[in-house]
Design a protein around this ligand. Structure first.
Ligand SMILES: Nc1ncnc2c1ncn2[C@@H]1O[C@H](COP(=O)(O)OP(=O)(O)OP(=O)(O)O)[C@@H](O)[C@H]1O
Ligand SMILES: [Mg+2]
Length: 243
């Protein structure tokens, strides 16, 4: 089995272990959001993406591949009927936790209501979803002294079987809530903080020390946590979408 990164496998959950959460971690400005844009762009080239929807939650209100922007759950539901990627911009970052919760609940409700759609040959196709939460470090539930909301826990624990995948984008591995332990399928790291090395060893059994010096200038590593001895695979910087 290949332990290399694959944009389609990351983007579209198929019910396998691969559909657990992905963690994207690096310091501010290291290229996390640009990495996600590139992988969305590449993943959506696969024909299987016709039955897949992505919600990108951006407290910094960044543009994501020109996707339509919504700021409330009802508008989100409507927009997902027509668009394969929808950007959710919380109006007030103070209430980021509440917005993330309502996106999660909307997506789970939608999946329960419309589990499949027919393709042009009349064959039922199961719908899948991917909720990408940018800047998780501003969520109150990602503070090590607290615990995440029940919606976030549901996403992390029950998402796989419902084909609702999540990607959490964060500045420090140390800020991850405990519920992510054992519920992540993979890690992506760009320029990470050296004080995080103990955490990655303890939480995921991955030694970042030998590769720290490679993680500069937007270079990144991928770690498939489903292998016995998780080893980082190194990659050159992604090409920015549109360049
Ligand atoms: N692969 C890349 N190649 C060239 N430039 C890049 C690359 N990735 C990011 N950049 C540059 O770095 C800037 C910051 O990238 P990005 O917004 O993705 O960082 P970030 O890690 O998401 O930051 P923050 O934590 O503040 O959200 C981009 O606007 C772009 O100019
Ligand atoms: Mg960013």
């Amino acid at each position: 089995m290949s332990h290399e990164f694959n944009a389609k496998s990351w983007l579209i959950p198929d019910g396998s272990q691969k559909g657990l959460s992905t963690i994207v971690c690096a310091r501010t400005g290291a290229g996390k959001t640009e990495w996600v844009k590139r992988m969305l762009f590449d993943g959506y080239k696969d024909p299987a993406s016709a039955y897949h929807r992505t919600i990108f939650i951006s407290p910094k209100q960044e543009d994501i591949l020109g996707a339509p922007v919504v700021s409330d759950p009802r508008a989100l539901q409507k927009s997902l009927e027509k668009n394969s990627i929808v950007s959710y911009h919380p109006i007030d970052a103070e209430y980021y936790d509440e917005d993330v919760d309502s996106v999660i609940e909307t997506v789970f409700d939608l999946k329960a209501e419309i589990p499949t759609i027919k393709d042009d040959k009349g064959v039922e196709r199961e719908m899948s979803y991917h909720i990408i939460i940018d800047d998780c470090q501003i969520l109150n539930g990602f503070d090590s002294r607290r615990s995440p909301s029940s919606s976030v826990k549901k996403l992390i624990i029950a998402g796989r079987s419902k084909l609702v995948k999540s990607t959490m984008i964060i500045h420090r591995f140390a800020a991850l809530p405990r519920v992510t332990n054992g519920n992540c399928s993979d890690l992506v790291a760009l320029n990470v903080s050296s004080i995080d090395m103990d955490v990655t060893k303890r939480l995921f059994g991955v030694d970042f020390e030998p590769i720290m010096e490679d993680l500069v200038d937007y270079r990144w590593v991928y770690v498939d946590l489903l292998q016995n001895n998780p080893t980082p695979v190194k990659y050159a910087p992604v090409m920015l979408v549109g360049s």
